[in-house]
Design a protein around this ligand. Structure first.
Ligand SMILES: [Zn+2]
Length: 474
């Protein structure tokens, strides 16, 4: 066996497309020992992949540690299932940033609630129970950015700020063994080069010079940032000018707070009147918004005051009067894809009201109400919240608020590395992955480029790719 085959890491991803992020890494050391870890452990949200949620193609007891890039349910929603599937009492630690540690209890308790309700509707057992959530949270270790931490005897992880979301990290994993060069892998998680709430520092020089494998997300690998057309502000102001209600569908963390800040800017620029009431509905969105105002999240000083004037919080008691009111107002509510949370009452109520706006502000997965509304022409029937309704409202979509870098920005990100051995493109629809990987190969010329997915695992050594092997679980 050559030296390349004595010290190596096998990398594979569980997600075929966008949601359900989970990357498995198996390290083999020259002395025959091994280590296993996963990066993220998310829920599959596309309807077609629901069955994948039930199991893992590995034994939870053999996972030495878990790294979490950020607090989105498609990256953390199955962490408690790791705990449930475990036979031994202890289980592995979960390393993430300090900020993600603050957010994680909210995300996991909410995801449990959603899974419990869905399971009840479908007469099946939920994926995990509340005890699994608590046990998971007890294993979380919050890490400072840019401070390397040993997560196992020979493995060091370093978290770097990532503009995708507060708390999001690029995670550098360095695997060492005496007498060998290190194996260095950088996981981007979901990546963005900027964020309105905090500064994203450049990666330090020592990282840029490492011989490196990058696991690069590619959600928007099919388009450049120049193709994005901003429409949200115009859609909202024309709806308000018509004297109607504008519904903004948001994700509770990140998108919600960005939309509230955008509305504040629109008030300042007189694109909407300060007298127009703005309602915020969705328990989780409210709690995250409170944390933005209070918790120590490293938010830029001038962004701490991001809430618009005339903002009112909605609860179960006040909701009916808002639903019955036909006046001019803006409602910011969850869920972002329209399937869960107060969306279940707002969408059926507003979908048939002509002149009203239902504005989706991010990605809508196949099988969600947001996607169904997109595919239904105006005047046609939709079934929503158990009701049959005709679509008369304006339903609009945009990717201008997206927290993912576009292809040109991802290429820019990769261009800064001086010794790229391998780029593994993952997290995106196949078309996006293909387009981005072709551009990486053409424009950056790293030693190797490949698409990471369920079909192949990639074996890497300190010098880059050794070979690919087909897996048996696709
Ligand atoms: Zn994300």
């Amino acid at each position: 066996m050559g030296s390349k085959e004595r010290f190596y890491a096998d990398i594979m991803a569980l997600q075929p497309e966008v949601t359900g992020s989970c990357i498995l890494v198996i390290v083999k050391y020259p002395n025959g020992e091994s280590a296993r870890f996963v990066v993220d452990c998310g829920l599959f949200q596309e309807r077609g992949y629901q069955e994948y949620n039930r199991s893992f193609p590995f034994d939870s007891d053999n996972i030495d540690f878990v790294l979490v890039t950020h607090n989105h349910v498609d990256h953390v929603g199955r962490l408690p299932l790791l705990d449930k599937n475990r036979k031994n009492r202890y289980g592995s630690k979960i390393y993430t940033s300090k900020q993600t540690e603050i957010f994680l209890p909210l995300a996991l308790h909410d995801s449990f609630k959603v899974l419990k309700d869905t399971a009840k509707r479908n007469h099946v057992q939920p994926l995990y129970n509340e005890e699994n959530v608590e046990a998971t949270l007890r294993k979380v270790v919050g890490c400072e950015y840019e401070q390397p931490i040993y997560v196992s005897r020979n493995i060091k992880a370093t978290f770097f700020k990532n503009g995708h979301l507060i708390g999001a990290a690029l995670i550098l994993v360095q695997i060492s063994y005496p007498g060998y060069e290190d194996i260095n892998i950088l996981f981007t998680g979901d990546y963005n080069n900027k964020n309105i709430f905090f500064d994203v520092p450049n990666l330090p020089e020592w990282v840029l010079n490492l011989p490196l494998t990058v696991v690069q997300e590619s959600t928007y690998g099919h388009m450049d940032s120049t193709e994005i057309k901003p429409v949200i502000q115009d859609n909202i102001s024309s709806c308000i000018e018509r004297g109607k209600t504008a519904l903004c569908m948001v994700f509770s963390l990140g998108r919600c707070q960005e939309i509230l800040h955008m509305l504040k800017c629109m008030q300042k620029e007189e694109k909407i009147g300060r007298d127009i009431p703005i309602y915020l509905d969705g328990k989780l969105a409210l709690r995250y918004t409170e944390l933005y105002c209070k918790a120590d999240l490293d938010i830029r000083e001038e962004m701490l005051d991001f809430l618009p004037e005339n903002l009112r919080y909605v609860d179960k008691e006040s909701r009916p009067s808002i639903l019955n009111d036909n006046g001019c107002k803006i409602i910011v509510t969850t869920s972002g894809m329209g399937t869960y949370g107060p969306a279940q009452v707002y969408i059926p109520s507003y979908i048939s009201r002509e002149g009203c706006l239902i504005q989706f502000t991010g990605y809508t997965a196949e099988g969600t109400l947001g996607r169904e509304l997109k595919d239904t022409p105006k005047g046609e029937i939709v079934t929503s919240g158990g009701l049959v309704k005709r679509k008369y409202a304006d339903v609009e979509y945009t990717n201008e608020m997206s927290a993912h870098a576009k292809a040109d920005e991802m290429l820019e990100f990769l261009r800064q590395f001086n010794n790229l051995k391998l780029v593994l493109v993952n997290h995106g629809r196949l078309e996006s992955k293909r387009m981005l990987s072709a551009r990486i190969a053409d424009e950056l010329n790293p030693k190797n480029v490949a698409i990471l997915g369920r079909d192949y695992l990639y074996r890497i050594c300190p010098y880059g790719l050794v070979r690919s092997l087909s897996t048996s679980y696709s």
